[in-house]
Design a protein around this ligand. Structure first.
Ligand SMILES: [Zn+2]
Length: 314
């Protein structure tokens, strides 16, 4: 059986696994990312690959990297959470391990993993949206990963949804992820707790007393206890997600959406409202099939499983 290795490189962790043709992880390793030093990142990746490849016949390696990857799938042009600037990651790692290497954006790798082996199995037109601190995305178009001309497509989080809206880390105003992410959820909850503390009694108690102390997991906990401010913050995020998905349908007309990322772990608190808002804000609603909105199935391993499969198809 042909084996490949997938490596998911995030700002804090390097997760690597040996993956078979059916997307099963047969061995797994996790290391901290030495994020501030590109040489040490490359060596950490090389070390985990060599360790996993010992006594195994490995065909190729796929790297899922949290950054902008160029169209040749070799160079990480820029990474917001790592010190990569025009980093020749493909060559560095391939020289270290002596195997063919492909580099892919981490959200693209995740989308591919879910499309092949997870919630999107069997769907030829799929859009994956990861809702975490920000919003990431991946597009599977007619059975293939769609990367754009320069490899930098599917950055849905930076669609400018609100003219002159909230300032985004990317430098623009009103980006979708400023309204529809885990950070947006926390900001909204803090804003309500500040303006109407009597609606946020439970939330403020859990958080330690002041709006600035509120964190994401506390909004979730308070919402589960029925706190009106926490529920309103989830409702706002749910609607913004639903509206963005409706906009993506106008452009891409997918068969289904797969939603992943940290915020999807509390999906029971918001997904129904997202589905409803989505359905009632579709252009041409009532005259088009409704794209299914599903939750990701592969969890934290989607990226490495997808990267390993992309390496097999290199
Ligand atoms: Zn932005």
């Amino acid at each position: 059986m042909a084996l490949t290795i997938g490596v998911d490189i995030g700002g804090t962790k390097v997760a690597a696994g040996v993956v078979d043709e059916d997307g099963r992880i047969v061995a797994h390793l996790l290391r901290p990312t030495p994020a501030e030093n590109p040489e040490r990142v490359a060596h950490t990746i090389g070390d985990v690959i060599l360790e996993l490849a010992r006594d195994r016949e490995i065909e190729a390696v796929g790297l899922g990297a949290a950054g902008f990857v160029d169209e040749t799938r070799s160079i990480v042009r820029f990474a917001p959470n790592l010190a990569w600037r025009e980093e020749p990651l493909q060559k560095k790692v391939s020289d270290l391990v002596g195997l063919p290497v492909v580099v892919e954006n981490d959200a693209n790798a995740m989308a591919w993993g879910e499309a092949r082996f997870g919630a999107g199995r069997g769907e030829s037109h799929l859009v994956c949206v990861t809702v975490g601190t920000g919003i990431g995305g991946g597009i599977v178009f007619d059975g293939s990963l769609y990367r754009g001309r320069w490899g930098m497509g599917a950055e849905f989080g930076h669609m400018q949804a609100v003219p002159q809206g909230r300032l985004c880390g990317c430098g623009n105003l009103g980006c979708w992820e400023q309204y529809a992410s885990g950070s947006a959820l926390v900001n909204e909850a803090r804003k309500i707790a500040e303006a109407e503390p009597d609606r946020a009694v439970t939330l403020l108690k859990i958080a330690g007393g002041t709006p600035e102390q509120i964190e994401g997991h506390e909004v979730t906990e308070a919402a589960r206890q029925g706190d009106p401010a926490a529920l309103a913050a989830f409702s706002s995020m749910a609607r913004w997600i639903g509206q963005g998905l409706a906009d993506l349908v106008a452009v891409l007309d997918p068969g289904c959406f797969v939603l992943g990322g940290g915020v999807s772990r509390a999906a029971d608190l918001w997904i129904d409202e997202t589905r409803e808002f989505f359905a009632t804000h579709l252009s041409g609603r009532g005259h088009r099939p409704l794209a299914d909105i599903r939750l990701a199935e592969l969890g934290a391993s989607a990226g490495l499983v997808g990267a390993a499969d992309l390496a097999r198809r290199r």
